[in-house]
Write a protein that binds this ligand. Structure first.
Ligand code: PEP
Length: 256
């Protein structure tokens, strides 16, 4: 299975800055066959970056999109419009869930719309600090996974990526803490168990599981060696080119 290193730029960089970053990243990036490098710029920059990106080296992701293809939905951008522009879309990120009120039903529709439009959803799931403190992690993970994947058939599950991002470990969360590799490993097992319940034993090696939460070059190696982890979703550190390329190098080393 490939390893995935995905940079989530969130609401950062102007279109010009994004283009310069992409130019520099592609210059530094070898053509790795077994590492899928992806960046998720703001929607504003996607169209122009899609003309600049060298798809042999890396891919683009959207950070969000709406589940209806066209219609009276002021301010939205659809998966149908993003088709051919991006290969991936982050869906259900904790900032979408907690700042913009997206629930599992909305996430479910977005995942289905992504698959329908041939865009690979990166489905983000993760518990908050208080949910963990109340012993609700397993229920939250299960509910978010079952909800998000409710419309994904057995045939399509290999077109979905799962990203486990404990909200308390995301660097923008107040007083964020680092997750230990053991804590990540425990939840990965829960995810695998739930996926098997939904899709049966044949799910093995489909639906790669990524980890995200304050990943940087000094902890990337430890997270990448957690059994069942196939890559990283990187927020803050992906904004610094040298840190992002270091993480890609670490993934390459872990892979070989
Ligand atoms: C994220 O928000 O997806 C994320 C992983 O952010 P950070 O790496 O900054 O914690």
């Amino acid at each position: 299975m490939k390893s995935y290193i995905v940079g989530n730029w969130k609401l950062n960089f102007t279109v010009g800055e994004a283009s310069i970053y992409l130019h520099k990243l592609q210059k530094k990036l070898p053509n790795y066959r077994d590492i899928e490098v992806v960046v998720a710029p703001s929607t504003m920059a996607l169209q122009s970056l899609s003309l600049q990106v060298d798809r042999h080296k890396m891919k683009l992701a959207a950070q969000n999109a709406f589940y209806r293809d066209f219609g009276a939905f002021t301010g939205e951008v659809s998966f149908a419009q993003l088709r051919g522009v991006v290969d991936y879309c982050i869906i259900g990120h904790s900032e979408r869930r907690h700042i913009f009120g997206e629930d599992d039903k909305m996430v479910q529709k977005k995942v289905a719309a992504a698959v329908r439009n041939k865009i690979t959803p990166i489905l983000c799931i993760g518990e908050t600090e208080s949910e963990r403190a109340f012993g609700e992690t397993a229920d939250v993970i299960r509910d978010q996974l079952m909800g998000g994947l409710a419309d994904v058939s057995d045939e399509d599950i290999d077109k979905v990526i799962i990203a486990y991002e404990p909200v308390w470990a995301i660097s923008s969360t107040k007083a964020a803490k680092l997750a230990t590799p053991d804590e990540v490993g425990e939840v990965v097992k829960l995810i695998q168990k739930t996926l098997k319940e939904i899709y049966g034993a044949k799910i093995e090696d489909k639906a790669p599981i990524l980890f995200g939460g304050s990943v940087n070059p000094s902890n990337a190696g430890a997270y990448l060696t957690v059994p069942g982890i196939s890559g990283l979703l990187v927020g803050g550190a992906s904004l610094i080119l040298s840190e992002f390329t270091d993480i890609i190098e670490i993934a390459k080393r872990v892979k070989s």
